[in-house]
Design a binder for this molecule. Structure first.
Ligand SMILES: [Zn+2]
Length: 256
């Protein structure tokens, strides 16, 4: 099975002790592409360093809503410079709103979200959206300030009604480990209905480990379980689903 994990924080320090072995195991298991998102300047730099080191890894630059209170002008200059001039930087992300933790105040989250929507349009790259308990404000903002933006709803957690809105606005729906959890009946219904040409798969490693590995560190090989579950819901083979999702990812990120 050939896999594209469209969201894996393989630059996180939880991989520092065995990153080389972990990534080699991923590549041996069929993971052919990994999108490594940033959450701030430091993780943008470490994502780019990994993209320089491994042909299979691509990077995003941007500031997560959690870290939006700390972003600086210099950070924005760096993001823009990398987005324009580094050929393995393929997205602005992860960006969005997180009303569950509220680690940055909501006004600041919104301000930096809008600014990064503008940045993504300027550099003509897709965005990777983090939306936690902020469905309404994310959609409103995309409708009002996001004309011309496109990209991914990462670790999708909304309803089918909302998924239709997201797709109408030009977004892909990316499913992570939670779609595998037996209790996720509503999310499984969404995955069953989203058209194949709009589906992406991811792990959000090292978080959100799917069964049968819950409680352990997640890694990109587990994209396979997401592929298997969505394939089961759609009545196709896991190989077919993985292949379609891989091509969707390459198309969205502009990977040859
Ligand atoms: Zn993430």
């Amino acid at each position: 099975m050939r896999l594209f994990d469209t969201h894996a924080h393989v630059n996180e320090e939880r991989f520092d002790n065995d990153r080389t072995e972990m990534l080699d195991a991923c590549f041996a298991a069929g993971v052919e592409y990994i999108m490594c998102p940033a959450v701030d300047r430091a993780t943008a730099e470490s994502a780019i360093a990994l993209a320089d080191q491994y042909e299979q890894i691509y990077a995003a630059v941007g500031v997560h809503p959690h870290e939006s209170k700390d972003v600086t002008e210099e950070d924005y200059e760096y993001f823009k410079d990398m987005a324009l001039h580094h050929d393995k930087v393929k997205a602005i992300g992860e960006i969005g709103l997180d009303y569950y933790y509220d680690f940055s105040d909501r006004e600041t989250q919104m301000k930096e979200f809008k600014r990064q929507l503008a940045l993504a349009r300027e550099v003509d790259l897709p965005i990777i959206i983090h939306d936690r308990d902020a469905h309404g404000d994310i959609l409103d903002t995309l409708r009002t300030y996001g004309k011309g933006n496109f990209g991914i709803f990462h670790c999708y957690s909304g309803s089918w009604e909302m998924a239709k809105e997201c797709m109408k606005l030009g977004y892909y729906i990316s499913f992570a480990g939670p779609v595998v959890f037996p209790k996720s009946t509503r999310l499984k219904e969404v995955a069953q209905q989203v058209p194949l040409d709009r589906i992406l798969i991811e792990t959000d490693s090292p978080y959100l480990t799917p069964p049968p590995f819950r409680g352990r560190r997640n890694d990109p090989t587990k994209t396979q379980f997401v592929a298997e579950e969505i394939a089961r819901l759609k009545g196709i083979t896991a190989d077919e689903l993985a292949e379609i999702a891989l091509e969707n990812g390459k198309r969205l990120f502009g990977i040859q």
